[in-house]
Ligand binder design. Structure first.
Ligand SMILES: [Zn+2]
Length: 294
């Protein structure tokens, strides 16, 4: 699933290419019923009728969410989920069966653009939501998001971890705890900070939590500079894959030697997700074995 650096890559791609353009028309290409939702306040106008004619004013990110701000105080809120993509393609390119929504665009000069924007999603878990700005932040999935990793100081991050007693890996994946991280960057940063993924957030030392905070910020920045990680199908708006997969040290490296100690990386199911870690560098702390009251 695309995580913060991949979503940021898409946001930057969209910002550069479609900001200032007007959505002239929208074609739905048999999307699943879960793909599109809109505010009840639109009544019979629904999605296509409410979005057509709006100008794209800005493109922003919050966690793994893409927020496309439209004229008339509406926001198109997109979540890529597993395999969602935005592609800007020449109109001559045939619309494929996974191009579920096609946005025809018009430039500032009123001329139709040669390219259209497509929301492509072969696994079909993606989401496109259209809401008036005043309703947007009440929506489930946005209302309860945790802090952005770049907006939180080391001290705030340590306080956040110490405020709860949860296994650290599932906590990092929880978007209400901290927004934007997923399996790849949680595994990678825990490996760098030498923290066992099952450690309790409250029991990891302040020193290690401070290191983890630094690694999270540095790794996300570096990955954004590499246009994210393409281990599955991820690519930017221009169709180019990211390059950060070349730098992975733990994620997806089960059985390969740890970059620090040569011991093989192991994979273990923690919560509902696979965690990849080095059993030597990331030793379980006391916290894992101790019973946590309550
Ligand atoms: Zn190791």
């Amino acid at each position: 699933m695309p995580e913060l650096p991949e979503v940021e890559t898409v946001v930057r791609g969209l910002r550069q290419t479609v900001t200032g353009k007007t959505i002239a028309s929208v074609t739905l290409n048999n999307p699943p019923s879960t793909l599109i939702e809109w505010s009840k306040s639109f009544g019979r106008n629904k999605f296509v009728g409410s979005i057509s004619g709006r100008t794209i004013e800005a493109v922003n990110r919050r966690g793994k969410n893409i927020l496309i701000l439209l004229s008339g105080d509406l926001t198109l809120w997109a979540h890529l989920k597993m395999t969602g993509h935005f592609f800007l393609l020449d109109k001559k390119e045939p619309v494929g069966k996974h191009d579920l929504v096609v946005f025809e665009l018009k430039g500032k000069n009123g001329r139709m653009s040669k390219e259209n924007l497509r929301f492509n999603d072969y696994r079909r878990f993606g989401r496109l939501r259209l809401f008036p700005n005043e309703e947007l932040w009440e929506q489930k999935g946005l209302a309860t998001l945790g802090p952005e990793p770049f907006d939180i100081s080391a001290k705030q991050f340590v306080d956040l971890c110490q405020s709860t007693k949860r296994m650290i890996k599932p906590a990092l994946l929880d978007q209400t705890f901290i927004a934007g991280l997923g399996n790849i960057y949680a595994d990678e940063t825990l490996h760098l900070a030498r923290i066992h993924p099952k450690s309790s957030t409250a029991s990891v030392s302040v020193k290690k939590l401070t290191e983890l905070h630094r690694h999270i910020q540095e790794m996300l920045r570096f990955s954004i500079s590499k246009m994210g990680t393409s281990v599955d199908s991820f690519s930017g708006v221009n169709g180019k894959p990211g390059q950060f997969q070349k730098y992975l040290k733990a994620y997806g490296r089960e059985g390969e030697p740890c970059s620090k100690c040569d011991r093989p990386i192991v994979r273990e199911k923690i919560g509902s997700r696979s965690a990849h870690f080095c059993p030597r560098c990331q030793r379980p702390g006391r916290s894992v074995r101790q019973t946590i009251p309550g």
